[in-house]
Design a protein around this ligand. Structure first.
Ligand code: ADP
Ligand code: MG
Length: 566
């Protein structure tokens, strides 16, 4: 059925046509008429089947100029990327309905800008549950005249632990409303929400198309922060793919990783959108011809690339969009062949993300450890055996025979061969990163182990508070709040007591972190050199983590989720 056949107003039809949409997707065909009637709907359909248009077109169609001074519709999405994406798409559909002013609100972005948008007439809000709730608490978002609420990707929101936040939002909106829920899967938790908050909902279920990832073995390797490259190095050695693609999320990461892998002796090339066409063609030819066996790329650069015989795909960064996961790993296991996909994750956030992806793709992703030095060594032994046996088949040179005879007069063959093999193995194992020494203690402080202080270059001047700092530490390290000791906030910097055995790890894990929106640098606190000169502003703020409720884990990416001013 075509969009034209729906009884939609001209501005909407024109925008749809301009986007090049003619036929509706099955979920659109089934849900749009119900939503236009004002029914509560549960829509189940795979990602990429046009759910955004399915719920936004009816909302936009029904929003009249006379409702333009208040928020009429709220769409909750699990992540900021999805919220931004949905908002962008909605803007396109609303192009010819000028009174509609969409706004996206999500964590990790400036509050001020969002408040400005909300104050200046936003009447359709797309947001993540935590931030929406935050705005409700601040009274910068008012939903007393809300007509429609959409829970988009509801299953993912629940997976990400947003249940309470969602319920809290639902409790604060008018009872007379349309409640719409879209999800790719229907776990029981969703049905519970449905029962409680929807009014005689109609279930629309579109059978999922067959996914072709069954022939791909999928693995996940979880490593400490800052050790992904080392893990990748070992995985490449252990699995020796003839041809591999490695995906990163940014161009910068592609460049950096290509450089490091080349330094470590891998025939790697990078591909991303900033490269000139000629360069890209060269890279692709090198990879297709097998000269370079490792291609490191961003999603955009790799789109549409069809290379046969890629036997492993590595996700150095997990894709931000789940559909990309399927695209990425689909590079391997083509044309009836089997393939392997490795995901490298570090930190709690990425581990959760991995779980979400596995549920979404319905794939079994097996967690495996990083290859150990022992495993790599026995592989090296096997390779040495094969190599030496193959060498015995070659015809030796005269000099070699002479030298061998001469040496055999001075030492026996076994001693010499053993020495030679030992040397070769040492070369093979030289400079290999290792994960064999696990981080020893987690609960260092509690067990009375030695602590040291680390210094963070942000303090009272940057409006740091202990809970922001602790939240960031917990998030980055995966340690628990009680593993950290005293937090002293000075004007310009902060010190935190950490278990001595963990301090390097903490510093490493915090690399590139932001606290309260500020990019911070963390280093060892130099107990002598760093002694504070008398600072103005009184005594430093102190706390013992066990006394206050700061040990609570913060939600993803929003350390600055202050509920109240203060
Ligand atoms: P979902 O939310 O189900 O994952 P999206 O709403 O993100 O899917 O849509 C996936 C893609 O399909 C988007 O690029 C969207 O613009 C496009 N799309 C949606 N509906 C149609 C349609 N009827 N015809 C053509 N393209 C469509
Ligand atoms: Mg969607």
């Amino acid at each position: 059925m075509q969009f034209q056949e729906l009884n939609l107003s001209q501005p909407i039809l024109k925008a749809i046509a301009q986007l090049g949409f003619t036929e509706m997707t099955p979920i659109q065909e089934k849900t749009i008429p119900l939503l236009l009637e004002g029914k509560d709907v549960i829509g189940k359909s795979n990602t990429g089947t046009g759910k955004t248009a399915a719920f936004s077109i009816p909302i936009l169609e029904q929003m009249q100029p006379e409702d333009s001074d208040h928020v009429c519709a709220l769409i909750l999405c699990p992540t900021r990327e999805l919220a931004m994406q949905a908002c962008d798409e909605i803007r396109k559909f609303a192009r010819y309905k000028k009174h509609i002013r969409p706004a996206a609100v999500y964590g990790g972005a400036s509050m001020d800008r969002q408040i400005y948008q909300l104050k200046n007439g936003a009447n359709l809000v797309v947001g993540t549950p935590g931030r929406v709730l935050d705005h409700l608490h601040r009274r910068t978002l008012k939903l007393d005249q809300l007509k429609t609420i959409v829970l988009d990707e509801a299953d993912e929101m629940l997976n990400m632990g947003f249940r309470e936040d969602i319920e809290s939002v639902l409790a604060q909106i008018p009872v007379q409303r349309q409640t719409v829920l879209f999800s790719a899967t229907m776990p029981p938790a969703i049905l519970a929400i449905t029962n409680q908050y929807q009014h005689e909902p109609v279930l629309v279920e579109i059978q999922s198309a067959h996914r072709t990832v069954d022939t791909i073995a999928q693995y996940c390797v979880s490593v400490p922060m800052g050790r992904k490259t080392d893990a990748l190095h070992l995985l490449l050695l252990a699995h020796k793919p003839n041809s591999a693609m490695i995906f990163c999320n940014t161009k910068k990461m592609v460049d950096e990783l290509t450089e490091v892998l080349c330094q470590r002796g891998f025939p790697a090339v990078g591909l991303h959108g900033d490269m000139k066409q000629l360069q890209r063609t060269q890279v692709m030819n090198g990879f297709k011809s097998g000269r370079n066996t490792i291609l490191i790329a961003t999603d955009v650069a790799a789109r549409g690339i069809d290379v046969k015989g890629v036997d492993a795909v590595f996700n150095y960064d997990l894709p931000q969009d789940h559909e990309y996961y399927i695209h990425r790993i689909g590079r391997t296991g083509r044309a009836g062949k089997t393939g392997t996909a490795f995901n490298i994750v570090s930190g709690r956030k990425q581990e959760i993300e991995m779980r979400v992806i596995s549920q979404y793709t319905k794939a079994e992703i097996t967690e495996i450890p990083v290859p150990t030095a022992k495993e790599l060594r026995s592989m090296a032994v096997e390779q040495e055996r094969e190599k030496l046996l193959a060498l015995t088949q070659t015809t030796p040179s005269v000099e070699a025979v002479q030298l061998a005879n001469m040496l055999l007069e001075q030492a026996d063959a076994q001693t010499m061969l053993t020495a030679l093999i030992t040397q070769q193995l040492d070369i093979a194992m030289k400079d290999l990163p290792t994960f064999d020494v696990p981080r020893p203690i987690r609960k260092g402080r509690k067990t009375g182990a030695k602590t040291v202080r680390v210094r963070i270059n942000a303090g009272r001047k940057d409006r740091m508070a202990p809970n922001f700092i602790l939240g960031a530490l917990v998030e980055a390290t995966g340690m628990s709040g009680s593993d950290f000791g005293k937090i002293d906030i000075h004007d310009q910097y902060t010190t935190v007591e950490v278990p001595a055995a963990e301090s390097d790890f903490v510093i490493d894990a915090m690399h590139g972190s932001k606290i309260n929106g500020k990019a911070v640098a963390v280093r060892q606190y130099d107990e002598r050199g760093d002694k504070p000169k008398r600072e103005s502003g009184g005594r430093p703020h102190q706390r013992r983590s066990s006394r206050h409720g700061y040990t609570q884990k913060p939600r993803t990416g929003s350390y600055n989720r202050k509920r109240r001013k203060g």
